[in-house]
Write a protein that binds this ligand. Structure first.
Ligand SMILES: C[S@@+](CC[C@H](N)C(=O)[O-])C[C@H]1O[C@@H](n2cnc3c(N)ncnc32)[C@H](O)[C@@H]1O
Length: 234
């Protein structure tokens, strides 16, 4: 998906919650019952020492922000550049602000933990974004980032005439990219599953990317493999 970090595409893609909700609804945990969102929350929780300032970048509809906000001792600020997502996140009782990760409106060393879930592959200038994360983190602070691998739903994309989504921040590149700014980078790889009740559900998932992909008809339920990595960097 070449348009993954095209600012016009990204802005349009997240002007409302429809695309994100369509995609989120199909994901099932790994065979061991592990959910990447829970694993990311555990990583954030592990990084907290007493009272802590936490920043979420690219918070989407605020589902994770609400869970981070409920962790004991946390003061959270959630940011996204979509006005609609800031509104939805604020409605969950979270301090939500509109901001681009490349221009964070915070002082140096303001946060103990920064969380970025499935958003660094959308950023136009990844170096600048990561410099901003490093700048606002306190020394010894932790950055938790979640992303997909190159083979994430690759069989589904191929079946619909598309290509696997090779992005700038993936399971394959994340360790190297983060290693340039953080001394200690850990990873947790998770094999998830997208389950579609019928052909229409799978086609709706593809339509949410607005790439014109068409999946040949099939009967019954289908499952496609996903690949997600939770990175912890400090
Ligand atoms: C795939 S969604 C993930 C949302 C949420 N983290 C989740 O896991 O559901 C990507 C999010 O990143 C936001 N985003 C993309 N580029 C951004 C940028 N440069 N600065 C801030 N937010 C951005 C989008 O508006 C969208 O909410």
């Amino acid at each position: 998906m070449s348009q993954m970090n095209d600012p016009d595409y990204v802005r349009e893609q997240y002007a409302s919650e429809d695309n994100l909700e369509t995609r989120r609804s199909v994901w099932q945990p790994t065979a061991e019952g592990l959910d990447p969102v829970n694993e990311a929350l555990n990583a954030i929780d592990r990084a907290l020492v007493g009272d802590a300032d936490v920043l979420e970048v690219g918070c989407g509809t605020g589902a994770m922000a609400e869970r981070i906000n409920a962790l004991p001792g946390v003061t959270l600020v959630a940011t996204d550049f979509s006005e609609r997502f800031v509104e939805l996140t604020a409605a969950r009782g979270v301090d939500a602000r509109q901001a681009d990760i490349c221009y964070l409106p915070f002082d140096d060393a303001s946060f103990d933990v920064v969380y970025a879930g499935w958003m660094l592959y959308h950023v136009r200038d990844l170096d600048r974004a990561l410099n901003e994360v490093r700048r606002v983190l306190r020394p010894g602070g932790t950055f938790v980032a979640v992303t997909n691998g190159n083979d994430h739903i690759a069989d589904l994309l191929r079946a619909a005439g598309g290509k696997p989504a090779i992005t700038q921040f993936s399971s394959e590149t994340g360790e190297f990219v983060l290693g340039r700014r953080f001394g200690d980078v850990r990873r947790h790889d998770l094999e998830t599953r997208a389950v579609f009740g019928d052909h229409a559900a799978a086609q709706a998932y593809l339509d949410s990317f607005d790439e014109g992909l068409v999946l040949p008809p099939f009967e019954g339920e289908r499952e496609y493999a996903g690949h997600v990595t939770v990175f912890e960097a400090r």
